[in-house]
Every structure is written in C-alpha cells, then in structure tokens.
Design a protein around this ligand. Sequence first.
Ligand code: CP
Ligand code: NVA
Length: 315
Amino acid sequence: MKHFLKETDFAAQELPDVFALARDFKAKRGQGTSTILAGQTWAMLFSKSSTRTRVSFEVGIHELGGNPLFLNRNDIQLGRGESIEDTARVLSRFVHGLIVRTYDHSDIVRLAAAASVPVVNALTDFLHPCQIYSDLFTAAERWAGPGGDLVGSLKGRKIAYLGDTSFNMANSWILGAGMVGMQVSLAGPAEYEPSAEIKAQLAAEKRPADFRFLTDPFEAVRGADIVYTDVWASMGQEEEAEERIALMRPYAATAKLFATAKPDALFMHCLPAHPGEEVEQAVLDNPRSIIFDQAENRLHMQKAIMATLAKHAKT
Ligand code: CP
Ligand code: NVA
C-alpha cells in the first residue's frame, strides 16, 4: 500500500505528474464534480488543532466525489487507550483512506504499517509534507508561469528558513528542497539547530545533508529567492514559548531582513502567523508575500496527492 508520510514517499520523477494534477485541479475548480473518490469515505484522524489542513482536506475529499469523516482523537477509543494498530485495522475495514495529524512521527508510521488503505501525513512533530508540496507548487506557479515547467522552475533556487530549524517545517524543507534541487540555508539559535532525526532520515535515504545551518540570519537570507518562517512555539510546545521567543527574537522576519534577500524574493509562511513575533506585519502584507496562495494551494495539491494514492490503491 502506498502512503504519503514523508516528502520522499513519491519519487522525484513522480513530482511533475503530481504538480501537473494540482495545476489542473486548480484550473478546473468549479467545473463539475470529480468521481475520483466516488463511493469512498476518507477519515481524518486529528490529535491537534487545524484550520487550513482540516478544511482543505474536507473540501478536497468532497470535491473528488468522496465523503470526509472527521474524527477527533479524543472522540474515538484511541483517546481511551485502544492501540494505534487496532484503530488502523478497524478504520481500514470502513474507509478508503486515512488523513492523520498527530505528535510522534512513529505513531503515523505504526498506523500506516497496520492500515490496508492509504495514509496521508497531515502534520507530525517531524514532518508536514502536504504543506511543503503545496509550498513548492506555490513558488513554482510564480516562477514557471502558465504552462511552464513547474518542478524545473525550482531547480537552483535558494530558500532561507528562519527561526526554529529543529522541527517539522524545517525538516520538511530539508527533505522537499533536496528533491527539486533547491538550496536550503537555515538560520536560528544553536539550541534549535537541525535535529539528529532529520540527519538520520537523510542518511537512511542515502541523501546528502546538503543544507547550511547558520546563526547569522542576514547571511542565510543573502541571495535568497524565498524567505520562510513558522511559529516559534509549535503545537505541543506552548509551555516553552517564553524561552523560545527570547532565543529566536534575532531571527524574526523583519522588513529590514527581508530587504536583504533578492529584490524579487518571495515571503512564505505556513500559517498560523504570530505578527510581532516570528514575522512583522509589514512583511506579511508585502506584495511579495504569497501566504494566502500557499493556503489555497493546500486544497489543489492535496487533491492531487489523494488522487494519486487512490490510483495506486486500485492497481
Ligand atoms: N499550515 C497548517 O497546516 O495550518 P493548520 O494548522 O491550520 O492546518
Ligand atoms: N510548526 C507548526 C506548524 C503549524 C502548521 C506546528 O507544528 O504547530
């Protein structure tokens, strides 16, 4: 069974087709209902809050002709101690796909191993692959132009990632950028440098660790095509917020810092944003900020991901 738990679960050679499908879904939105998931129910098992991911998946499953079933972890027996494996086996008897948002990445790996339907990672502490695919697509749309080579337009581009370089978004950029030939410079406090876990993942996949970690944000942003940031205290880290804010303050995406990137650089953020913390409101409002295109493209890209997994599941 093919799952989408990490960026590299699709081969780099598959990306042009997945991106083309997302572009097609975007162009044809509203022109009749798809039957790709007709007669199917896809469950969404969430252990954390969500606005974009939840709504884009629910709407996306519906637009593909399927039925979304939202399950909060605490509303099902999983929240009372039923095992991940039994939950996966039982849900697989009812539904055709599982969209999962959780904490430990090992939980989604266990769930997928026991499931007999495709499982999609809707964010773990380790990775947020649906976000990165949508983000790559969003930048590519700008650079490739209508009908242009989306994936090819990313090659050789540089992203500067600021703030917490040890968590899901930074990890996903490291994996995702490597697949399309982008260069990644990460800048943050040494206490939150890229984790041993992402280095182990690269080693396990025999991929070079071709990212740079810097403590100087200006050095990281120099020559960047994309300046990217995320919240400083992620879901589950609320109690560490004060300490993190104090350490990450020098890595805020300020207008001054953004101005040192390439003159046509894009600003990106997965959202939700905390204006005045990791990013200045003026940067969020900059005409080269594409944060709401990123949010919208979650819908089109996730439809492409689900359609591709559904096709694999049938064969
Ligand atoms: N970017 C993102 O995944 O947002 P949500 O937490 O609102 O789903
Ligand atoms: N790093 C953030 C991303 C939210 C989409 C978190 O995990 O809370």
